[in-house]
Design a protein around this ligand. Structure first.
Ligand code: 5GP
Ligand code: ZN
Length: 111
């Protein structure tokens, strides 16, 4: 996806504060943190949103969930963290490349 900002971040065409990368996933600090720790975890495969995912992505989605937990631990969120996925305009999604928010470290916004 040429115009997708998260695809550009993965390709290194836009800067990011990377915290993790493997063949399938990439994680970085959110540019406007809503909590002391606020990471974004994305698949390298461009998927518009959770609503656009299907059975072919089951393994990838599972991997992202487990990675979220691993990254939270690595960032000291032993006492807990929040994972959020915004989906679609009514779900508050702004960037249309599927991503998980990982929030923790104290002041976590409530729903
Ligand atoms: P959502 O689509 O889930 O509502 O939110 C997108 C998130 O991406 C926001 O929390 C926003 O701060 C973050 N974001 C948007 N553009 C950039 C960017 O260029 N770099 C980084 N690191 N985060 C971004
Ligand atoms: Zn993308």
């Amino acid at each position: 996806m040429d115009d997708c900002i998260f695809c550009k971040i993965i390709r290194g065409e836009l800067p990011s504060k990377k915290v993790y990368e493997d063949d399938d996933a990439y994680a970085f600090h959110d540019i406007h943190p809503a909590a002391p720790v606020h990471l974004l975890l994305i698949p390298k495969l461009h998927i518009d949103s959770l609503a656009a995912a299907d059975e072919r992505h089951a393994g990838l989605l599972g991997k992202l969930m487990l990675l979220a937990s691993k990254l939270a631990k690595q960032h000291g969120l032993e006492s807990g963290f929040k994972t959020t996925i915004h989906t679609g305009r009514d779900g508050g999604q702004v960037v249309f490349h599927l991503h998980l928010h990982i929030l923790g470290g104290g002041k976590i916004p409530t729903l």
